[in-house]
Design a protein around this ligand. Structure first.
Ligand SMILES: Nc1ncnc2c1ncn2[C@@H]1O[C@H](COP(=O)(O)OP(=O)(O)OP(=O)(O)O)[C@@H](O)[C@H]1O
Ligand SMILES: [Mg+2]
Length: 413
C-alpha cells in the first residue's frame, strides 16, 4: 500500500507482448517532460502471436510486472493503458459528412466528434471494431486540406479518417484479462502507434517514415506521411519464428534455440567467419555438440529476409514518400546486423528507435523492445485525458481514443 495513487498526472502503461509483459509508471513534469518513475518486466507465457491464449498465466505475469512497477515508483496502480497487437489489427480509410446546424454555423468540438462518428459508422464486419480513428483532413463547404476546422464557419463538414480496427473478441479478451488482474483499462493503443509515439520525431512523421516493431510473436508496422498515419498492419511473424527455425535446423529444443539465438546469432552470414563455431550440451551432459556459426547465421538471415520482404511488399506504394526512412523497434533489433540487413533489402536509411523526451528511471527501459511501453505512458500523459478522447463506439463498453484535432500529436494543455 503506497501513499501515491495513479491519477491524471501519474499514469501506468502495460505492454502485453508475446515474449514479455512490461508495466511502466510515469509522471508528467511541469516542463511537459515524461518522467519514468517505475517499471516491471516479466516473461509472458499466456500470449501467442500477440493475442491471449492462456488467461491465468497472463494474469500472473501482469500482476507480477505491475507489483514491481508499484514498488519502484511507490505508487498504487489502479488503472492502466494497454497495448494491443495481433494479425486481426487492420487499417482502412473512411469518410464522414455532416450538416452544421448550430445557429451561427461555427464548427465546434461536438460537430467534429459527430463527423468522425459518421466516418466510424462504416460497415465493419460484426466481429471487428474501431480502436483508433485518426483524422487525415477536413473539408469545409468544399474547401479541402483543413487540419483543424474548429472555429471555422461552414454549412457542411466532411472528414477523411484513417481507422485502425481490431477483432472484438481479441480486444475484449485482453481487456478482460487486465481487469481480472485487478486493474481498470484507461485506454487501448495499437502497439505500432505506441512505439511510434516513443521514438519518432515530428520532422520524421512530416517527411514520411516507416516504423517497424519486430517482437517475439508479431511484426507491427505503421507508415506516416505528411505527419499523419497512412497505413498500419500486423503480421504474426517475429523472433519466435527465428527461434523455431533454429530449433528445427539445429535439432535443439526451443529454450536452447532461444539461448543460442541471443548468444551466437546474427542477421548476416557475411558477419561470420567460415571457421567460427560454438558448442552446446547434448542430451547427456558430457556430450558437447559442435555447431558452425555460419549454419546459425544462414538460418537466421533467411527468416529475417522473409520478414523484411513481407513488409516491403505491403509498403511498396509508400516507398517514394519515406524521406525519413525506416525506424526499427522491438526485441529483434538487438540481433547484430539487423539494421544493416533491413537497409540492404529496403534500400533506404534505417535507424534503431530510441525513446525521446523522457527522463527518470530510463536505464531499465533502454532497449528497443521497450518502445511500446514508453509510448503508452507518453500517450496517456501527453495526448490522453479529457478533451482528446471520447467513447465514440456505442457498442463499446470501454474508452476508445479518437483524436479529432487534426493530429494525434497535439499535446494536452
Ligand atoms: N539480443 C537478442 N538477440 C536476438 N534476439 C533477441 C535479442 N533480444 C531480444 N530478442 C528477441 O526479441 C523478441 C522479443 O521482442 P519483444 O520484447 O519486442 O517482443 P514482445 O513485445 O514481447 O512481443 P510482440 O510485440 O511480438 O507480441 C524475442 O523473439 C527475442 O528472442
Ligand atoms: Mg511488443
Amino acid at each position: 500500500m503506497f501513499l501515491r495513487k495513479n491519477n491524471e498526472d501519474i499514469i501506468a502503461g502495460l505492454d502485453i507482448g508475446t515474449s514479455k509483459i512490461c508495466a511502466v509508471v510515469a509522471e508528467k513534469r511541469d516542463n511537459g517532460e515524461v518522467k519514468i518513475i517505475g517499471a516491471g518486466v516479466k516473461p509472458s507465457h499466456g500470449i501467442r502471436k500477440g493475442v491471449v491464449v492462456n488467461v491465468e498465466s497472463t494474469i500472473e505475469s501482469i500482476i507480477d510486472a505491475v507489483n514491481d512497477a508499484e514498488k519502484m515508483s511507490k505508487t498504487d496502480i489502479n488503472s492502466v493503458y494497454i497495448t494491443i497487437t495481433g494479425s486481426h489489427i487492420k487499417s482502412s480509410g473512411a469518410k464522414g459528412s455532416i450538416i452544421i446546424s448550430n445557429k451561427d454555423n461555427i464548427i465546434n468540438d461536438d460537430d467534429i466528434r459527430s463527423v468522425i462518428d459518421k466516418a466510424c459508422n462504416i460497415s465493419l464486419p460484426d466481429d471487428m471494431e474501431v480502436i483508433h480513428s485518426l483524422p487525415q483532413e477536413y473539408v469545409v463547404d468544399g474547401q479541402d486540406g483543413i487540419k483543424n476546422p474548429k472555429g471555422m464557419i461552414g454549412t457542411q463538414l466532411d472528414v477523411d479518417v484513417h481507422l485502425i480496427s481490431g477483432s472484438v473478441a481479441s480486444e475484449r479478451n485482453i481487456i478482460k484479462t487486465v481487469t481480472s488482474s485487478g486493474f481498470d483499462v484507461e485506454g487501448v493503443v495499437v502497439q505500432s502507434l505506441a512505439s511510434s509515439i516513443a521514438v519518432l520525431k515530428q520532422e520524421e512523421r512530416d517527411s514520411g517514415v516507416l516504423l517497424i516493431d519486430i517482437g517475439g510473436g508479431t511484426t507491427d508496422f505503421i507508415v506516416f506521411v505528411d505527419g499523419l498515419v497512412r497505413h498500419s498492419e500486423v503480421f504474426a511473424v517475429g523472433g519466435d519464428h527465428i527461434t523455431n527455425d533454429i530449433s528445427i535446423g539445429l535439432k535443439v529444443s526451443i529454450p536452447i534455440a532461444e539461448k543460442i539465438k541471443k548468444k551466437y546469432g546474427c542477421s548476416l552470414t557475411s558477419m561470420v567467419g567460415r571457421d567460427e563455431e560454438f558448442f552446446i550440451e547434448g542430451a547427456l551432459s558430457t556430450d558437447k555438440i559442435r555447431i558452425p556459426r555460419m549454419k546459425l547465421a544462414e538460418i537466421m538471415q533467411m527468416r529475417i529476409e522473409e520478414i523484411i520482404s513481407i513488409i516491403a511488399k505491403h509498403v511498396d506504394s509508400y516507398e517514394s514518400l519515406l524521406s525519413a526512412g525506416i525506424v526499427l523497434t522491438g526485441g529483434c533489433c538487438n540481433i547484430p546486423g539487423f539494421e544493416q540487413l533491413v537497409k540492404a533489402k529496403m534500400d533506404i536509411p534505417v535507424r534503431i528507435g530510441k525513446p525521446l523526451d523522457i527522463c527518470g528511471q530510463v536505464e531499465v527501459l533502454d532497449a528497443p523492445e521497450f518502445a511500446a511501453s514508453i509510448g503508452l505512458v507518453k500517450f496517456g500523459l501527453l495526448y490522453g485525458g479529457e478533451g482528446s478522447y471520447y467513447a465514440f463506439s456505442p457498442k463499446s463498453i470501454f474508452k476508445k481514443f479518437s483524436l479529432y484535432f487534426g493530429s494525434i500529436f497535439r499535446k494536452k494543455g
